[in-house]
Design a protein around this ligand. Structure first.
Ligand code: FAD
Length: 365
């Protein structure tokens, strides 16, 4: 059975590992658009922006050749029918195909010279720009914007975090819980412009010189980062908004699967297929697809998990607080059952919180 994995990131790598660990000894080809072997992204907005040079590789450099996985970097998939079309003109035949091409940052037009952060090369560019920066404006206070603000503050750079939503930190911390994170940013000197929109952009010599907000305030950054979210990198497939998948990762086409930020499993809270776009989901989905490709049974569902490091605090969220009600500090319930718990610098409490929520998910299934 010829297996092709498109995207050489986290989900594809974990899928390849699970295929070999489960006994698949046939050919595996991994196609990646970037020039790098699979690497880990979370440190890009954390350690890498704070002067560290962490080893980002998901496996030692010899892993792919030792495991007989043909890793082809710098090659982009451009179309899909019953074969996979690559940008070098090659057409690859497959018996099973995984699409794990991740996501791309949403860009905002009209902000010349603004950076985004998704890849290692983006992070190197941002890190180099921060060397000379005294003031960074970050448009979008999602997880990436928050972490870059935190890393900039740790470097002594004045960061302004702008978001149109009045309480953007609730998305990570749960309804009403965002004030904990807001306080961390404020204590670290991050200037928060929440519930504010950009109205005018002043530019000179191909870069932004000033941003005017709808409250009349003006920011004069020497660097702008746009962090207003991501879109699945699936424009080249029949499913440009993300690949709808079933719980095993099967796409609506024969022998095609998807995992990670490119995949859109059914989201019962939103009532539609939506990408989950978090690290642990990409790992689990990549492993699940390997099982499905080999005809092995699905694993039990577990609670979603996301973490973030900001201003020296590790935030860990187990479960999904969307649409849930707070029943205690950073604890949320839906339909009378605990739905999510957020921990701040309490790694010791993680195991018990996970067990509690996983049990409830199994009971509800
Ligand atoms: P990716 O890791 O993005 O891999 C996809 C790969 O496919 C990329 O290398 C891409 O270049 C390649 N590709 C794209 N299109 C094509 C094509 N057409 N042909 C071939 N290759 C293609 N999550 C957390 O839970 N906690 C965190 O603290 C956290 N921090 C993060 C910090 C940063 C800066 C970023 C960017 C993400 C962070 N995440 C975090 C999210 C997490 O890293 C992602 O959810 C995860 O990487 C998704 O894995 P993936 O395999 O789906 O996609």
């Amino acid at each position: 059975m010829r297996i092709v994995l498109v995207g050489a990131g986290l989900a594809a790598q974990r899928c390849a590992e699970a295929l070999r660990a489960s006994g698949h000894d046939g050919p595996i080809t991994m196609i990646g658009a970037e020039p790098h072997a699979p690497y880990d992204r979370p440190p890009l907005s954390k350690a890498l922006l704070q002067g560290e040079r962490p080893d980002l590789s998901l496996r030692p450099t010899t892993w792919h050749s030792e495991q007989g996985v043909a890793l082809r970097t710098g090659v982009t998939a451009v179309a899909l029918d019953d074969t996979l079309h690559l940008d070098d003109g090659e057409k690859l035949a497959y018996d099973r195909l995984l699409i794990a091409t991740g996501a791309r940052p949403v860009e905002l037009p009209g902000l010349p010279g603004a950076l985004t952060l998704r890849t290692l090369d983006d992070a190197i560019r941002l890190d180099a720009a921060l060397v000379h920066a005294e003031r960074i404006a970050i448009v979008g206070a999602g997880l990436i914007g928050q972490e870059v603000a935190s890393s900039a503050a740790a470097r002594g750079i004045h960061a302004t975090l702008i978001d149109a939503a009045p309480a953007p930190f609730d998305a990570l911390m749960g309804p009403g819980g965002g004030h904990h994170l807001q306080a961390l940013h404020e204590r670290a000197g991050v200037d928060l412009k929440l519930g504010r929109r950009l109205v005018t952009v002043h530019e000179s010599a191909g870069r932004v010189t000033a941003l005017q907000l709808d409250d009349g305030s003006q920011i004069e950054p020497d660097l702008v980062l746009v962090a207003v979210g991501v879109r699945p990198a699936t424009a080249w497939t029949p499913w440009p908004a993300g690949i709808p998948v079933d719980p095993a990762g099967r796409a609506p086409a024969p022998n095609v699967y998807a995992a990670g930020d490119a995949a859109a499993p059914y989201d019962p809270i939103a009532g539609r297929h939506l990408p989950s776009a978090h690290w642990e989901a990409a790992v689990r989905q990549g492993q699940n697809v390997a099982r499905a490709m080999l005809g092995l049974p699905e694993r039990d569902d577990v609670a979603p998990f996301v973490w973030s490091d900001q201003h020296g605090v590790r935030i860990q969220r187990i479960g999904d607080p969307r649409g849930a009600d707070p029943i205690g500090d950073l604890t949320y319930a839906r339909d009378g059952r605990v739905a999510a718990v957020v921990l701040m610098n309490q790694p010791g409490a993680l195991k018990a919180a996970r067990r509690r929520i996983d049990t409830l998910i199994k009971e509800a299934a």
